[in-house]
Design a protein around this ligand. Sequence first.
Ligand code: FE2
Length: 216
Amino acid sequence: MLAATPALGRRRFVLAGAATVTGLLLPSQLRAAQQLVRTPGQTAGPFYPVQFPTDMDNDLVVVRGTEARAAGAVTHVVGRVLGTDGAPVANATVEIWQCDAHGRYLHPADRGGRARDSAFQGYGRTTSGTDGTYRFRTIRPVAYPGRTPHIHFAVKAPQGRELVTQMYVAGEPLNARDGVYAGIRDPRQREAVTVALAPGNGIENGALVGTFDIVL
Ligand SMILES: [Fe+2]
């Protein structure tokens, strides 16, 4: 039947036999009993930094101490780190890295021949808050040969849970031809890493904003 267990200061409902007790549950209790879709793991690829930039905060558009601003469409990526039970994961380290607006990574092995945008930080790091939230200010990811636009993510939770994944942009025509993206077989998991970007005028005029919740 229905067992209520106190967990992290809130009551969590565990279903022992959904068919027999569904009629007894309020909608909010049903939601609590449902598991969130786990964010699928993805390859880190070859361009995780071998040397971190001197500035590695969560604003990749500006490198501290310089006036220049990265080329590309400024994009705020916000979200929460959550457990599959929906509980926020606080104090998780969240890292991102991506190529600049020219398609060039901050990495010596990127020999694509494209000039690097020195105003783009290339890598950033932050920590999730007590409610699991994190945020980055970066650029809208761009395509480079062989790949649809994506942002690499690495998440380390204090309890030892770790995830390396990639975030994609909803509506990108190249998504359909991207082998790494297609490697996510479960359509719900693919949806979980596909983020709609919309005008983020409430946050920053002219910028985009997307929400990417990461479920460990
Ligand atoms: Fe990549």
